[in-house]
Ligand binder design. Structure first.
Ligand code: UDP
Length: 239
């Protein structure tokens, strides 16, 4: 099995929503445990894994801004939400005997390590799963952009984006039954067709640095391991 794996080091981007399962807000232990199982499966294959987790299950800066709050403050709150998710993921991964480190772009020294690139590299070389929290540390960005940035900084072979659907479609498959999935699509096509898989800054950063993005559904158990071997349904964004 190990021979078929195309990637030695990857970054998995998890949206906050994935951690809330069927709930309307927050965390669902079964949903987090399922994600932890998927990560363990790939970790057991000897792949170095780092994670960027979103915060949309708790708080999004744009919602706060829409309600009248100053955007920077709202975004700081959103970044803190991602730290909560990172700690939850750490707990569930460590329950499965996977060594992890949470590194936050906003230093919170009594809770986790601050983000230091060389330290993160060292953790990964030692086989620890590194969870990047607090996005880029800056307001007006998203955790998708943080995922592209950290994947490039870590020298990852690919960025895996686990979503609600199994790839990039030409229109929303939840609204249009005739929507079709791309097997492969270029960064430029994603940008010019305004496909909403990741925000434009994340795609542009990946494009400038030739970072392949694999979009797949996290709903199916084992889909992360399948995507790593280019099996099952997924879309690859490259070229
Ligand atoms: N955020 C930010 N800067 C970053 C990353 C995130 O300000 O570099 C804030 C922003 O308010 C965002 C929130 O954190 O709405 C949660 O992140 P995101 O919406 O990307 O989470 P996801 O949709 O992946 O759950």
């Amino acid at each position: 099995m190990i021979n078929q794996i195309k990637y030695k080091r990857v970054l998995l981007k998890l949206s906050g929503e994935i951690l809330m399962g069927d709930q309307k807000y927050g965390h669902d232990s079964k949903a987090i445990e399922k994600v932890a199982n998927d990560i363990k499966q790939v970790h057991d294959m000897g792949v170095q894994i780092c994670l960027v987790v979103g915060g949309g299950n708790i708080y999004r800066g744009v919602s706060g801004a829409a309600a009248g709050m100053e955007r920077s403050t709202a975004d700081h709150m959103g970044m803190i939400a991602t730290v909560m998710n990172a700690l939850a993921l750490q707990y569930y991964l460590e329950q499965k005997q996977i060594k992890t480190r949470v590194l936050s772009a906003i230093p919170m020294m009594t809770i986790c390590e601050p983000y230091v690139r060389r330290r993160a590299m060292r953790h990964m070389e030692k086989g620890r799963v590194v969870i990047f929290a607090a996005g880029t540390g800056n307001p007006f960005f998203t955790t998708d952009t943080a995922a592209s940035l950290r994947a490039i900084e870590m020298g990852c072979d690919a960025l895996l984006k686990g979503t609600q659907v199994d790839g990039v479609y030409n229109s929303d498959p939840k609204k249009n039954k005739d929507a079709s999935r791309f097997e492969r699509i270029t960064y430029k096509e994603v940008l010019t067709n305004d496909l909403t898989v990741m925000d434009a800054s994340a795609i542009s950063l990946a494009r400038e640095n030739n970072l392949p993005i694999i979009v797949f559904s996290l709903h199916k158990q084992g889909a992360f391991a399948e995507a790593m071997q280019h099996q099952g349904n997924f879309t690859i964004i490259e070229g």
